[in-house]
Write a protein that binds this ligand. Sequence first.
Ligand code: SAH
Length: 427
Amino acid sequence: MTYALDTQLNRTIFLTTMSRTQTHTLLGMDREELTALVSEADESGYRAKQIMDAVYRQRVESLAEISTLPQGFREELAASGVTVGAARIENKFVSQDGTLRYLIAFADGQSVETVWMPEGDGGEAGDGSEAGDEADSSLGISGTKAPSEKDEAVAALKRCATPKPSRSTICISSQVGCAVDCQFCLTALLGVKRNLTAGEIVGQVCAVLKDQKVSPPEDRINLVFMGMGEPFLNYENFMKASRLLVEAVGIAERRMTVSTAGIVPRIHDFGQETIRPKLAISLNASNDALRTRLMPLNKKWNLEMLITAAREFPLRTREWITFEYVLLGGVNDTPENAKEAAGLLRGLRCKVNLIALNPGPGIDFTTPAAERVTAFQNILREAGIPAFVRRPRGRDIYAACGQLKRTVAAATSPEPRLQSISPVAEG
Ligand code: SAH
């Protein structure tokens, strides 16, 4: 009798507490939070694992689908305002190169863009998917020695010789819009609307995996935090999402890369994390005057602070830092810039991904000619810095780096040129 009363009391407390809590979505809760949730509801501990499996592995979209839970518990959760919180795919756009740009909507009507790049290329041509690819170790990246043509040929052969599992890359967003104001980036034109929750960050991955009918670790999935937003300005949620992606979704740490515009204090914090993606830093200029012009945040955290943070960053075995460098015709792409950049990076265990500007309306820069890109790459390589040219993905559907903006803008203020982009038929 006492037991029954206690149980009832606990359940009432549970219902009251849950309806007061802010987080009502299972997506985004970690093991401890789910354990607390089931224990507050007076359910056995193993229910937490069942919820984790359902939400992060089976990727259910409603409580009704969590068939391992007793009906009564599901009803109680629903009554207390708990939902799965799955992200909803509002639209998708397909590129001629196979890249898919998803428009993903959340409960409050805000949306972000998430990009699916099938058959990643190992990163050296540059989709960011270098995270953990076996081919990398054969590239001979040491921080002092650039991979020779022979190294690359061997790596290419190895890639062809081994059976080819799927090796796709998902590029995810961390904020709605962005506050950093990089002058060459379309997302910057939006300003920042809000941070994404950890559940919304993980939710993008779950929605895309489900849509693509793939599952890590069986399918090799790389993840880059290089979509809309500055992950290090939404640090706690980004880190929680990273841990959930490793522990609950099953994506290995070494297959994830986060890119920061250079929020120096967070680079230091990030180095202290036990579970973390690999680090990429958007360099984009070879001296302070140029970088401040292109990336106003350089006034706050200048190149000396940034490069010092990179030098002090505790790298793991076979890990290196990636520097991204967006090449803007006639602005930061001269041979002098290349030499200056090489000077900044000398002795760092790093590689450089060169990205020729992806153009867009409202962006007053031009894309440099291919020869200038190659010349820049060669100067870096001759200075002993591994440098790769990123192949643009999905430019025709505004899915490439720095182009994630148009669909969101179109939702509020239609832009005529968008109409040439046709969504993929669902189903
Ligand atoms: N805020 C983070 C991650 C998002 S941007 C960061 O700044 O790193 C991801 C990459 O795209 C960055 O390296 C950025 O410099 C690059 N980028 C931005 N706009 C671009 C454009 N128009 N063309 C090519 N690359 C761009």
